[in-house]
Design a protein around this ligand. Structure first.
Ligand code: 5GP
Length: 120
């Protein structure tokens, strides 16, 4: 599927809609989720046009992949969750419950995040 340039995170990257940015470098942008699911809920997105993790892993350069995950670690540090712990989530595709089609990692913390997923 082709990358949708009108997805909300593409608009945030272009500065067309505002975000509460906590960290940015050449590879990634980190900002607060608009509807936090935990006291700390930060999203980290790569600057390249990747629809989901699968796409990112297959097509991004080694430098982009390393730079992105280093940015995730920096964002966690800046958000203040590194010492107490946190959860990273990358919802992927339909079954993964991904809503925004630009690859992103959620950083959740600021208290115990709880069970990994609800058991069926
Ligand atoms: P997904 O379900 O795709 O993994 O997560 C998308 C996340 O993006 C959700 O947690 C949602 O609250 C967040 N989100 C959606 N629209 C916006 C927006 O305009 N600004 C920000 N900061 N977060 C958004």
């Amino acid at each position: 599927m082709a990358y949708d340039d009108n997805n909300v995170f593409a608009k945030i990257l272009r500065g067309e809609i505002p975000s509460k940015k906590i960290y940015e470098d050449q590879y990634a942008l980190a900002f607060h989720d608009i509807a936090p699911a935990r006291p700390i809920h930060v999203l980290v997105i790569p600057k390249g046009k990747y629809e989901a993790f699968t796409d990112f892993a297959a097509k991004a350069s080694a430098a982009e992949i390393a730079g992105f995950y280093q940015a995730v670690a920096k964002a966690a540090q800046i958000a203040g969750v590194t010492e107490a712990g946190y959860r990273l989530i990358a919802n992927t595709g339909v079954n993964g419950g991904q809503e925004v089609p630009h690859f992103h990692v959620h950083i959740l913390g600021g208290g115990a995040v709880g069970p990994m997923v609800a058991r069926k």
